[in-house]
Design a binder for this molecule. Structure first.
Ligand SMILES: [Zn+2]
Length: 270
């Protein structure tokens, strides 16, 4: 617990915590307490617990944990409102509309600074005062960068979940992927896994669909125009020409379109 903030939590046992009206609450072992509600409660909530805290300036706050049911109306996506995301170790992902997200500039700067400080740390003498100090500095920066990344992925998944009714994504084995030595790559591997987690519940909250495509689906090797499978395609081929129909294809965009199409097929809207 934080030293300058006093607090305690009490669980609701059969009505020991309840609202008298919008201006008063009953708490265990206390008389009814006059309150100022910060926002109205939804209908039919079950109060789980209350945390009473006092700020250093002597103000009291009560945080209430409640449980309630919401009716979510399922939305059926259309081909137009569905998007496919192809994982990219360089750009996090490429979507079926050819767009890629980019981490904000402040994030890139913090990340670069972290790398610099990590290098400095590796040069510090073992067991020395300066090394301990530098290690704390690096740990702090690390936390900052991780928080910024999480915030960005929250924003990004929010935008996608609001803009589309269906999102198709490949089922990649993230745990295996993140073990690489390449920092940028492992960052994006982890980021993509986190994005997927955020997308799953942000879509579900709105009755929308996340479609996971089987990892054996040959999203990169199929020409999205004629469905010819190019078995000769290697990881190094960033652009290729379909030997069957002659279409010029960008590897990532083509894969994202295939992922979208496969998602639509699974949703029954192809
Ligand atoms: Zn083709």
């Amino acid at each position: 617990m934080h030293h300058d903030k006093k607090s305690y939590t009490t669980n609701n046992q059969k009505g020991t915590i309840r609202f008298i009206d919008s201006k008063a609450i009953r708490l265990p072992k206390l008389k009814d307490v006059r309150i100022k509600m910060h926002r109205p409660l939804p209908q039919n909530v079950i109060i789980k617990s209350a945390t009473i805290s006092q700020t250093p300036t002597g103000k009291y706050y009560i945080a209430i944990v409640v449980q309630y049911e919401v009716q979510i109306k399922p939305i059926t996506p259309t081909v137009e409102t569905t998007i496919g995301l192809d994982y990219s170790s360089k750009a996090l992902f490429v979507d079926s509309k050819t767009n890629s997200p980019d981490y904000p500039k402040y994030y890139r700067q913090a990340e670069a600074r972290l790398k610099r400080e990590q290098r400095k740390l590796s040069k510090r003498k073992k067991g020395g005062q300066n090394r301990a100090k530098q290690r704390r500095k690096v740990a702090k920066l690390h936390e900052k960068v991780a928080n910024q990344r999480k915030d960005f992925l929250h924003q990004l998944s929010r935008q996608i979940a609001n803009a589309y009714d269906g999102v198709a994504i490949e089922n990649l084995n993230m745990r295996g992927m993140a073990q690489g030595l390449n920092l940028a790559k492992s960052t994006n591997d982890n980021g993509f896994g986190m994005l997927k987690t955020f997308l799953a519940y942000k879509l579900a909250d709105q009755g929308k669909q996340l479609v996971i495509i089987d990892k054996w689906y040959p999203s990169s090797k199929l020409c999205h125009i004629c469905k010819h499978e190019n078995k000769e395609l290697t990881l190094a081929d960033r652009n290729w020409t379909c030997p069957h129909c002659g279409t010029e294809l960008d590897r990532d965009v083509n894969a994202a379109i295939n992922i979208k199409n496969e998602g639509c097929r699974i949703l029954g809207i192809a």
